[in-house]
Design a protein around this ligand. Sequence first.
Ligand code: CMX
Length: 136
Amino acid sequence: MNLTHIEHLGIAVKSLETAIPYYENVLGLTCYAVEEVAEQKVKTAFFKVGQTKIELLESTDPEGPVGKFIEKKGEGVHHIAFAVEGLQETLDLVAERGVTLIDKAPRKGAEGLNIAFLHPKSTFGVLTELCEDPTK
Ligand code: CMX
């Protein structure tokens, strides 16, 4: 198992348009990318803080994962994403250690990363994403 750093924190917001100015004008960060991930039913906006990113998530469908999350819990921290080396091996290992996988194999996420989610019911309430940069 080789987690190298926190790749990003995912934060669910109702509207990117109204949330981005807080991160830019109050926290002084720069939104460097806005990207729709159709498969996940979200539009994302990215900021960098050192090596870690903040990923704002606006739902494009009330039945999507972020739409359902905001309906139930409101806006707020949605997931934590760790960068790993060897994503498939890491998934196999965490499954062997009793964690429920949402994704048994990596799929494509924002920014061209390979990603997979672990179920929050088996990770003490924190939706956990593992990511690997296929270019590294
Ligand atoms: N953090 C913690 N708990 C969460 C959660 C989250 N982000 N999302 C859902 N849950 C909890 C719910 O509160 C609920 O708990 P209770 O049963 O105690 O009420 C339980 O999980 C089931 O929630 P649900 O609303 O019925 O939703 P589903 O079971 O249909 O789906 C989940 C939950 C985690 C499997 C689904 O949201 C998922 O597959 N998420 C991974 C994909 C994702 O989140 N994509 C968006 C980001 C994409 C990106 O970063 O690019």
